[in-house]
Design a binder for this molecule. Structure first.
Ligand code: SAM
Length: 278
C-alpha cells in the first residue's frame, strides 16, 4: 500500500503544474529565485498580541531594523514577479505609470523594470528599505525610476491623478497592524483608520481609467469593505470604482490559476460612470 501514500504527496504539485496550461517562456531575467520569500502567514505570526490590529509588522522601527539585517537585502513577501506576471500583465501596460507603495527591497521592482515596465515610482516609510532598494536596483536603474522615503498615509510628494496603476503587496497588511496603545478595540480602530488613510491617499493619485491592485493576505476583507470604493477623490464626479478582480479563483486566458501564488489578488478600476455598464 505504498502507492497511495506517494500519490498523496505527489498529487498536489501535479495539479498545480496542470493549471499552468500554456506556460509562457520567460521574457526577462528573473532574480527572485535567489531570494528568500515568506508566505502570507508569516506576516500575521507574531509573538505579540494575537489580534491582527497590532504587531511589530505595523511599526516603522521594526521595518528599519529588518532592512538592516542580511535577510532584508532583497526580500519579496508572499510571491514574486514570475508567479504574478501572468495575472498582472492582464492589468498593466508597459507604458503605464506605476506606483509601488511600501516597496522595501522587493525584487519584483527589479523584475518589472527588466520586463520593460520603466515608468516606475516606489516608496517606503523605512529609509533603510529604500537604501536596500537602491542597492538592489543599482545606480543606473535607481536613477531611471523615482524612489523616495514616504508614508502611504500622507503623500504630499505626489500629485492627484498622476498614476495609471497603484500596485501594493503586503503594505496595507502591515499598516492594518499599526494600531498601538489603549485597549484591543482602540488598537484595532487605529489600525483600520491608518489603513483607510493609506487607501484614500493611494486612490487620490490614481488617474480616471487607472487601477488599484492589491496582493494581500491579512486585510482583504477590510480592503474590500473600504468606503473608498463608494467615492472618488480626484474631483471627477463622473468617476466610480469597479471591482475587476475579487479574489476568487481566477484563470488567465493562458490558463494560469490564481491559487498558484500566495496572497489574494484584488483590483479596482476607476471608470467613468457612463462606462460602468460596459
Ligand atoms: C510586508 S512588507 C512588503 C514589502 C514589499 N511590498 C513586498 O511585497 O516584498 C510591508 C512593507 O510596507 C512598508 N510600510 C508599512 N507601513 C508603511 C507606511 N505607512 N508607508 C509606507 N510604507 C509602509 C514596510 O516598511 C515594509 O517595507
Amino acid at each position: 500500500m505504498v502507492f497511495p501514500i506517494i500519490f498523496a504527496f505527489v498529487a498536489p504539485s501535479r495539479l498545480q503544474q496542470q493549471s499552468h496550461a500554456n506556460p509562457k517562456p520567460p521574457t526577462a531575467i528573473i532574480v527572485e529565485d535567489s531570494v528568500r520569500r515568506l508566505p502570507c502567514s508569516a506576516l500575521s505570526t507574531s509573538s505579540e498580541p494575537s489580534d491582527s490590529s497590532s504587531s511589530r509588522f505595523g511599526r516603522q522601527d521594526y521595518w528599519d531594523s529588518f532592512y538592516q539585517e542580511e535577510d532584508g537585502a532583497a526580500f519579496s513577501w508572499y510571491t514574486g514577479w514570475a508567479d504574478l506576471e501572468p495575472f498582472l500583465m492582464e492589468l498593466l501596460n508597459p507604458d503605464d505609470t506605476i506606483l509601488l507603495p511600501g516597496v522595501g527591497s522587493d525584487t519584483m521592482l527589479l523584475d518589472m523594470y527588466e520586463s520593460g515596465y520603466r515608468h516606475l515610482t516606489a516608496f517606503d516609510y523605512a529609509a533603510q528599505g529604500i537604501a536596500r532598494c537602491r542597492e538592489m536596483m543599482g545606480s543606473e536603474r535607481s536613477n531611471a525610476i523615482h524612489l523616495f522615503v514616504g508614508d502611504a498615509r500622507d503623500l504630499p510628494q505626489l500629485e492627484d491623478a498622476s498614476f495609471d496603476v497603484v500596485l501594493e503587496k503586503g503594505t496595507l497588511d502591515a499598516i492594518v497592524q499599526s494600531g498601538e496603545g489603549g485597549t484591543l478595540k482602540e488598537k484595532k480602530a487605529l489600525g483600520l483608520e491608518n489603513m483607510e488613510k493609506a487607501i484614500a491617499e493611494l486612490c487620490r493619485v490614481i488617474k480616471p481609467g487607472g487601477t488599484f491592485i492589491s496582493i494581500s493576505a491579512i486585510c482583504t476583507e477590510e480592503l474590500e469593505n473600504s468606503p473608498e470604493w463608494q467615492r472618488t477623490t480626484t474631483g471627477d464626479d463622473d468617476a466610480v470604482w469597479a471591482m475587476i478582480r475579487d479574489g476568487s479563483l481566477y484563470f488567465t486566458e493562458s490558463g494560469y490559476a490564481s491559487n498558484n501564488f500566495d496572497g489574494t489578488l484584488l483590483a479596482w478600476r476607476k471608470k467613468k460612470r457612463s462606462q460602468e455598464e460596459e
